[in-house]
Design a protein around this ligand. Structure first.
Ligand code: NAP
Length: 270
């Protein structure tokens, strides 16, 4: 598969993995549409894309708002004439004990990560069916294995995986490719912006971001998996090990995961 003149939408592309995907796909010749909730941040990413010669547009859209997704699909179709690839990347995380978590925070995480994927896919699917294109979900290792104090995030990623597996099978005879990409820990703003029990931003990452895979590396893996039309992508050796161990010894993994996450800075459980 060649990306020359393919039209790619990347949701939540003003930072981290989304921005890196927009640049990586654009450098391969794709025309790129990016979304985000802040005009200033969208414009900053558009400048970065233009600096490397990518034909691009920005659409202000909140992933969790159905009408914004409908408008996004229409604007991209009107501007570029088609949609080949949708990268459902917009996402938000949280960290709090479930017993202390405001249910509004749970809704916010599900709205962005899960419903954002459902809405964007719903409104882009007719075009992607026409083009026999690709739908990519940027999920997480949390789509295979839950971690304590990340109930809403884990639920949203399991829901994404289930939705996309079901849809992949539904459209399997119609030429559409669906990739579920599950990065491991990746250096980005996700942990700074993660929501606490009352919905405020965590502010600071509780982990050493320097030890993590970079967003550019994740984007290269997603690009290659898309070109090969792979169905699954699980990243980092730690992430691959977690998925493997959880499949064969989930009870033992409960203890391993508990102890690992309890070591995070200011963990809400010990
Ligand atoms: N970093 C990791 O360790 C890691 C691991 C596994 C999976 N992931 C997944 O990778 C994806 C990207 O995360 P990241 O690590 O790159 O985080 P990030 O640096 O915080 O980027 C998140 C992006 O999502 C956008 N976004 C957030 N809420 C949105 C909304 N309601 N509507 C539209 N856009 C929204 C943000 O844009 P605005 O704030 O400008 O709207 C931003 O561009 C997420 O789905 C995340 O779950 C990350």
């Amino acid at each position: 598969m060649n990306l020359k003149d393919k039209v790619v939408i990347v949701t939540g592309a003003t930072s981290g993995i989304g921005e890196s995907c927009a640049i990586a796909f654009g450098k391969e010749g794709a025309k790129v549409a990016i979304t985000g909730r802040s005009q200033v941040k969208v414009d900053n990413t558009l400048v970065k894309l233009q600096q490397v010669g990518v034909e691009c547009i920005g659409v202000l859209a909140d992933a969790g708002v159905e009408e914004d997704n409908k408008n996004m699909a229409k604007k991209v179709k009107d501007h570029f004439g088609k949609i080949d690839i949708l990268i459902n990347n917009a996402g938000i995380s949280m960290r709090a004990l479930f017993e202390e978590l405001d249910t509004a925070v749970f809704h916010k995480v599900m709205d962005t990560n899960f419903w954002g994927t459902v809405y964007a896919t719903k409104y882009c699917l007719p075009e992607i069916l026409d083009q026999k294109g690709s739908i990519i979900g940027v999920s997480s290792i949390n789509g295979y294995r839950g971690t304590p104090a990340r109930t809403a995030y884990t639920a949203s990623k399991y829901a994404m995986n289930g939705f996309l597996e079901s849809l992949r099978t539904e459209v399997m005879k119609r030429g559409v490719h669906i990739l579920v990409a599950c990065p491991g820990f990746t250096a980005s703003n996700i942990r700074n912006n993660a929501l606490t029990a009352d919905g405020g931003a965590q502010g600071e990452s509780p982990r050493n971001e320097d030890d993590m895979m970079t967003a550019d590396e994740v984007a290269q893996h997603i690009l290659k998996a898309t070109l090969k039309r792979k169905r699954d992508l699980v990243l980092t050796s730690e992430g691959k090990l977690a998925v493997f161990l959880n499949k064969w010894m989930p009870g033992i993994m409960d203890g391993i995961v508990y102890n690992h996450m309890a070591k995070e800075k200011e963990s809400p459980f010990k």
